[in-house]
Design a protein around this ligand. Structure first.
Ligand code: B12
Length: 213
């Protein structure tokens, strides 16, 4: 009998190989994919997020858990696609133009995926033009921008302006984050939301989704 709490615990402990095996076993035993995702993996990632917020976990532990989550998602993704399980929403995520820092945005992406969002990962050094093209192509519900440098965070405003200029700004919610960002700055540049960490980013995306466009 599959022990979903055991999967959560191994995910929290960052044991990628064990998590992969337990997830495969659970599926073979007939546990529903949604249950593996929601009752084992997301529960585990939520706990990782909670510990990170509470300073009980630091970046290395989060990255290990994120790796374990990736391993599980690699197994689940093709099966979920076959089963046509609808994602909760679509988020286009990138680190802003001029900026190569991606550890934080990868964590945000993992937490979003762990919360049931489909993430379109546009990578690092993402120009306003690339964001605009991605919004037109993928029609995401949320655009998520990350910046780690005070010199690049201004490019967030440029991107919001570019979305506005081509008439797609009102079709998406924009959320921003990264170490130099603040709620005040987010308000100043006309973003819809700011979150200080990856766990809050996933919560924020869900809130923005519920607000609609
Ligand atoms: C690792 C690192 C690098 C690595 C990046 C590797 C990589 N693949 O990411 C390397 C070595 C490449 C690098 C390069 C540079 N770096 Co650097 N780097 C760092 C360092 C040490 C850690 C950043 C990090 O990963 N933190 C851990 C993650 C988990 O935290 P985070 O990114 O803040 O993300 C969290 C939140 O902010 C939030 N979040 C992040 N993104 C988003 C997005 C959304 C939508 C939301 C809601 C939330 C959210 O959630 C995340 C998880 O909780 C910081 C110092 C520091 N303590 O921050 C300097 C730092 C950011 N770097 C700095 C500098 C100056 C540079 C360089 C210019 C150095 C140089 N002279 O070449 C270059 C710039 C390169 C470029 N063009 O981007 C400065 C920036 C100063 C400033 N205020 O502008 C810092 C602060 C160091 C310092 N004290 O001087 N860097």
């Amino acid at each position: 009998m599959a022990d979903l709490a055991n999967i959560s615990q191994n995910l929290i402990d960052g044991r990628a190989q064990v998590v992969g095996q337990l997830v495969t076993d659970a599926i073979n035993e007939g546990v529903l994919l949604q249950s593996v995702l929601n009752d084992a993996l997301i529960v585990g990632m939520n706990e990782v997020g909670r510990r990170f917020k509470a300073n009980e976990f630091y970046v290395p532990e989060v990255l290990l858990a994120a790796r374990a989550m990736h391993r599980a998602m690699d197994i689940l993704k093709p099966l979920l696609a076959d089963n046509k399980v609808q994602p909760r929403g679509v988020v286009a995520l990138a680190t802003i133009e001029g900026d190569l820092h991606d550890i934080g945005s990868n964590l945000v992406g993992m937490m979003l995926e762990g919360s049931g969002f489909q993430v379109i990962d546009l990578g690092v050094d993402c120009s306003a033009e690339k964001f605009v093209a991605a919004v037109k192509e993928h029609k995401p519900h949320v655009v998520a921008m990350s910046a780690l440098l005070t010199t690049t965070m201004t490019n967030m405003k440029t991107t919001i302006h570019a979305l506005d200029e081509v008439g797609v700004r009102k079709t998406v919610k924009v959320m921003v984050g990264g170490a130099p960002l603040t709620q005040r700055y987010a308000d100043e540049i006309g973003a819809d939301g700011y979150a200080p960490d990856a766990a809050s980013a996933a919560e924020l995306a869900a809130v923005l989704m519920n607000k609609g466009t």
